[in-house]
Design a protein around this ligand. Structure first.
Ligand code: FNR
Ligand code: 8K6
Length: 355
């Protein structure tokens, strides 16, 4: 790091940061992607969502709530989509409102994989790397228990890669500054990257190169469509959500991260709820592991305060910090931190309404 920082002043968080030659952020805060289940029945962003995002435009970069790329990607009620003209038009209102306030916004592109439920898309297959189901049921709709997924065929995989690229193209049409591909938290892409969920014996399974093939194809297709400067990726090298740990996953990410680095995308973002969690097979925290294997812009996240984030950035543990739950509780999170105003504590009841 070349920047001079004073750990206790929080000054480093308010420096601008160049993601690349085309995108410079006003500060180092990202609003983390936060599913709110508030889109309308056609999965179109509502006017309340326009207000919600615009109120948070002071973040250096907003990552939207995870947004499905096609109908069979859905695993939770009322999550927005980006595959119909009405959805694109709804998002256009959000991006215009954020830009009017000087902010920047990427959409998180999502396919839930084995966490999808046919209830949401009129029946049909749930696609994942392999036929390994997860226990449990859909949050807020507990009667919907998860089903055994169908291993994606080679034809399914080609279709999925095409649909991620199309969703990225739709995102640009909707006015987004870029996309974050959701490759974390046990959803579709992540099912290829972990042995718990990937038991394939074809060219998409069995070896680190094969297990990394799908995510790299998605990244390459999105980059080809909208450019590397506008492409970010979220990953969970440590299994913690909808995924069981397997120490062999380490070799997969050891292979994958240098391959990803060569793509020179806008950033890599860790998918985790608490970054103090240590993974024995990663030799510690997920963020430290990725930092050691990936030399470009890294976004840390997971139960950080502005103070602990400032220290972590000063210690070169990552470059940018994503803030989740505190941003739900404090629409004016960045201003409060800057002005030293006390934060409203987050509580789960806040998920019931969009403020
Ligand atoms: C999340 N998180 C999340 N992650 C993601 O990649 N896509 C998403 O849509 C969501 N949705 C979501 C909803 C809610 C209600 C919570 C609390 C979390 C995870 C989130 O981005 C972040 O990683 C964690 O919240 C940890 O950061 P904080 O909250 O400790 O700052
Ligand atoms: C219907 C709401 C959908 C929300 C989507 C994902 C958000 C989940 C929020 C809380 C989940 C907490 C899981 C944390 C696991 C940590 C394990 C150590």
């Amino acid at each position: 790091m070349t920047t001079q920082t004073t750990p206790n002043s929080l000054a480093n968080l308010f420096e601008t940061y160049s993601l690349n030659d085309t995108i410079t952020l006003n500060n180092r805060f990202l609003m983390a992607p936060l599913t709110r289940c508030m889109a309308d029945a056609d999965l179109v962003p509502t006017d309340d969502m326009v207000v919600y995002y615009a109120r948070r435009a002071e973040a250096g970069l907003i990552i939207t709530e995870a947004t499905i790329i096609r109908p069979d990607a859905q695993g939770y009620p009322n999550t927005p989509g980006i595959f119909t003209q009405a959805q694109i038009a709804g998002w256009r209102k959000v991006t215009d409102a954020v830009h009017a306030k000087g902010g920047k916004i990427f959409v998180q592109l999502w396919h839930t994989g084995r966490v999808a439920h046919p209830h949401f898309f009129g029946g049909g297959d749930v696609l994942a790397a392999s036929a390994q189901k997860i226990e449990g049921s859909v949050p807020r709709m507990r009667e919907l228990t998860y089903v055994t997924p169908k291993p994606a065929t080679l034809e399914d995989i080609q279709g999925l890669v095409r649909d991620y690229a199309k969703a990225a193209e739709n995102a640009i049409e909707a006015g987004f500054d870029g996309v974050e591909i959701h490759g974390a938290n046990g959803y579709l892409i992540d099912t290829f990257l972990h042995h718990d969920s990937n038991r394939r014996t074809d060219e998409y399974g069995g070896t680190p190169a094969n297990m990394s093939r799908f995510v790299l194809e998605v990244v390459d297709a999105v980059v080809a469509r909208i450019g590397k400067d506008r492409t970010g990726l979220r990953i969970s090298p440590g299994a913690y959500f909808n995924m069981a740990a397997d120490s062999r996953d380490r070799e997969v990410f050891d292979y994958f991260l240098p391959e990803l680095e060569a793509r020179d995308i806008a950033f890599v973002h860790i998918g985790i709820f608490d970054d103090s969690m240590e993974f024995d097979y990663l030799g510690g925290r997920a963020s430290s592991y990725v930092r050691a294997h990936y030399g470009k812009t890294l976004v840390g996240v997971g139960s950080y305060s502005a103070e602990t984030a400032c220290e972590a950035i000063a210690a070169n543990k990552f470059d940018l910090i994503a803030i989740g739950r505190p941003f739900i509780a404090n629409p004016d999170y960045v201003a409060r931190v800057r002005d030293g105003v006390e934060l409203v504590p987050y509580s789960d009841e806040m998920l019931a309404s969009l403020v």
